[in-house]
Write a protein of this length. Structure first.
Length: 393
């Protein structure tokens, strides 16, 4: 299909802020309203205006459901991503992964209400980018059926994405040697009765710490429920994972084709660790700590926890998934969550994080190699299946 590429959020975030108004002005000269709307969606997502962005996305999807993302000038493999309507937290943000490697990325937006479009761009590999968050379950179930006889290799089979649910992760991995997963229950509002404190609680379907709190008494729990009207929550035992120096360290690791690649190490004074709020930009000492950990990751952290990381990858069965974890003082690996939608990127300012581009390149190259290998294996298999017509004598 002859698709005009749009800039993804990753490319827009690299654009100098002074150039953005001129880019938007030129964009509105485009005669294709669906292209304009989807491009504006990406601009607004990059600016953090998710509500307005989703309005633009809905406008675009009413006209067209397939879009091509601008990327490498000479792609050598074509990747089709099955997406659901939503923001960056609802689908795998693949534009950050492939924008510097030779992979052509097309988005195919789907929903339970609509089947597949009549025309689909040719591709070498398909990846299911829809995430598990409760509300996407019908879409994953539906497209698991549609993709059962898909004529190309599939990454992240939809029936396996549901394994990323927090309570399912606990059930699958709770007895794994060397691995600790906080006991996690999916509980309806009216069934939450005096759990053992302290616990963490969050509404099902939320990400990035939205609605996540630690409660230590029944009164705090009741106050939390008064402020959150959601019907179902995840309730987990709270585990104190602070390091010997009193700081909390959260490792983000991409499991690509079963192998671990470190993507960041967030270091915070608070138990709820997010990279943006951990003070990494402001602390030279924290960045030195992260740099040392990332540089020695393969021979140190990944070596120590090789068995646990392998067990996680094998249990999830996903070709691409991101985990957040920590290292306990007793040497166990503490797993917080697994998610195929988690953000890995190389968009931090190089002047502050000069060590990151080369390290992140390992993860991106591994993803590209996986896509190429799956495509090559499928082509080789298809060639073997071709009938041997022979030659007439």
């Amino acid at each position: 299909m002859n698709l005009k590429p749009i800039l993804g959020v990753s490319e827009i975030m690299r654009m100098p802020e002074a150039q953005l108004p001129a880019f938007i002005n030129r964009l509105h000269e485009d005669p294709d309203p669906s292209h304009v709307a989807m491009q504006m969606c990406q601009v607004l997502l990059a600016m953090g205006h998710d509500e307005f962005a989703l309005e633009m996305q809905a406008r675009a999807l009413r006209r067209r459901r397939i879009y091509r993302v601008a990327g490498h000038p000479s792609p050598t493999v074509r990747l089709l991503a099955v997406m659901g309507p939503g923001s960056m937290s609802d689908n795998t943000p693949l534009d950050f992964v492939v924008d510097r490697i030779p992979v052509q990325l097309d988005w195919l937006f789907v929903s339970p209400e609509e089947g597949l479009p009549e025309e689909i761009p040719d591709h070498d590999v398909l990846i299911v980018a829809i995430g598990e968050s409760g509300r996407e379950t019908p879409a994953l179930r539906q497209f698991g059926e549609l993709l059962a006889d898909w004529p190309r290799p599939i990454l992240n089979s939809p029936e396996r994405i549901g394994r990323c649910a927090r309570d399912v992760v606990f059930e699958m991995l709770m007895r794994t040697p060397g691995l600790l997963v906080a006991p996690t229950r999916r509980v309806a509002r009216d069934e939450i009765h005096a759990p053992g404190f302290p616990v963490t609680i969050r509404p099902v379907g939320t990400q990035a710490g939205k609605g996540l709190e630690k409660v230590e008494t029944q009164a705090e729990l009741e106050g939390y429920l008064d402020q959150h009207a959601e019907p179902v929550f995840y309730v987990s035992d709270f585990i104190d994972y602070r390091s010997p120096d009193g700081l909390f360290r959260k490792f983000r690791i991409a499991l690509i084709d079963g192998r671990p690649y470190v993507c960041h190490v967030a270091i915070s004074e608070h138990w709820m660790v997010h990279y943006k709020t951990a003070g990494m930009l402001d602390s030279h000492e924290k960045r030195l700590d992260e740099a040392a950990t990332m540089r020695t990751f393969e021979r140190d952290f990944a070596f120590r926890h090789a068995a646990a990381l392998r067990a996680i990858a094998d249990s999830l069965g996903l070709d691409y998934v991101v985990i957040d974890c920590a290292e306990m003082r007793d040497g166990n690996l503490l797993l917080f969550e697994a998610d195929n939608r988690a953000w890995i990127h190389a968009s931090d300012p190089v002047r502050l994080f000069p060590y990151k581009p080369a390290i992140m390149e390992k993860a991106f190259d591994a993803f590209g190699a996986m896509v190429h290998e799956r495509s090559a294996a499928w082509r080789a298999s298809a060639k073997r299946r071709e009938p041997d017509l022979g030659t007439e004598s």
